[in-house]
Structure formats: C-alpha cells, structure tokens
Design a protein around this ligand. Structure first.
Ligand SMILES: [Zn+2]
Length: 204
C-alpha cells in the first residue's frame, strides 16, 4: 500500500452534535463526510471547519497529510456530525466479533488466550439439547476444549465455564477505542465520556 493509502485507512473520532464520541471511522470516510457537508473537522482548539476552510489550513510538519487536488491537506483526527444528535446505540450486537471481545479471546473452559482463528464459538447447552444462540449460552472455546466437550453440556463433559456467559456491559465502540491506537487529538473528547453511562446494563 502507498503511504497515502495507509493514512486514508487510519482512524478518526466521530462526534455527534453535542461533541459526544459516537463512532470511529477511517480518514477516507471522514473526508467524504466533510466533503459532503455532513460533518465538520474539529481542531485541537475545538474550532470547526467545513471542507474548504479545512483544506485551506496549512498542514504543519508533524501532521499526517494526504495529497488532494495538488496540495497537501491535513488529516482531521476528530470530526463533528452536523445533524446527528442521537446517542450511540446501546444494544451490543450479538456477533462473533463481540463475543470474542467479551471473552477477551480467552477459552472459557481452559482459561487460555488464543489468536481469534484458533477459537470457536461454543453453545454451552448444545443446540441439539435445546440451547439457544444468545449471549448467555455462547462462549469462546479453543479447538481442543471444543473437541473434548463435543455435543454435551459442561456437566455432562465434566467441564466448567471459567465464568457465566452474560450479555456484555460495554458497547463495541468503547472496546474499540481501548484496543486501537488513540490519537492525542481524541483525548479531550474521550475523557468527557461518563464511564457509568457506558457501563449501564443493557436491556434485551
Ligand atoms: Zn480451551
């Protein structure tokens, strides 16, 4: 990949109209939102810029830039959505990614961490015995524990879950911000997030 393509894939923090972080997107998508007038770029002094005024800013040497229309344009690290004032989705999507994240890539039987490609999803109560595909019945398991357990419940297999499976209390957004590189430009906005807000128990 070229240097420009690499920069285009780096991350930008997206704020709603109330300056609350709602999302993380790519530089490429952020420029598209800016260009369409859906978002404004935010600088380190909380000033906002539309595409033209942002493009007119001279990039300083330490900023990431991309070449646009024959000049270097500074890459925004924070953008503000002009018409979006909803709060982030509080429902955590029941997805493989989120189950792996909830279980921290750790086999829930032997307690060891694995790369994601060495883990499966395991139905604690097997589907063949009426187990449902839901947060409380699906966990990460390594291949070897998965084979050992087979189509049995943990009790039938003489195995134990290291902890009960639950619906996660975080949102994928917060988890993502912890695992990604964080840019210094994001700090003022992330620190305004009330932790209790993000940790609220989610309803079905
Ligand atoms: Zn295991």
């Amino acid at each position: 990949m070229s240097a420009a393509a690499l920069v285009l894939n780096t991350k930008v923090l997206v704020l709603n109209r109330s300056y609350l972080p709602v999302h993380i997107t790519s530089v490429k998508r952020a420029f598209s939102l800016l260009y369409q007038g859906i978002a404004h770029a935010v600088d380190g002094e909380y000033r906002t810029f539309d595409f033209d005024s942002w493009a007119a800013l001279s990039a300083s040497v330490h900023d990431d830039t991309i070449g646009l229309v024959s000049r270097a344009v500074r890459v925004p690290r924070v953008i503000l959505l002009l018409a979006y004032d909803r709060v982030p989705r509080r429902q955590v999507r029941f997805s493989r990614f989120n189950i792996y994240s909830r279980d921290r890539n750790t086999c829930q039987y032997c307690g060891r961490r694995f790369p994601r490609n060495e883990l499966n999803l395991d139905h604690v109560i097997p589907r063949s015995q009426g187990g449902l595909s839901r947060w409380e019945n699906v966990v990460c398991s390594c291949h070897s524990c998965n084979r050992r357990k087979g189509g049995r419940t943990p009790e039938q297999a003489g195995m134990r879950l290291s902890r009960a499976a639950r619906r996660p209390e975080w949102t994928p957004f917060m988890l993502e911000t912890f695992s990604l590189r964080r840019y210094r430009e994001w700090a003022p906005f992330l620190s305004t997030v009330d932790v209790s807000y993000w940790n609220t128990e989610l309803q079905e």
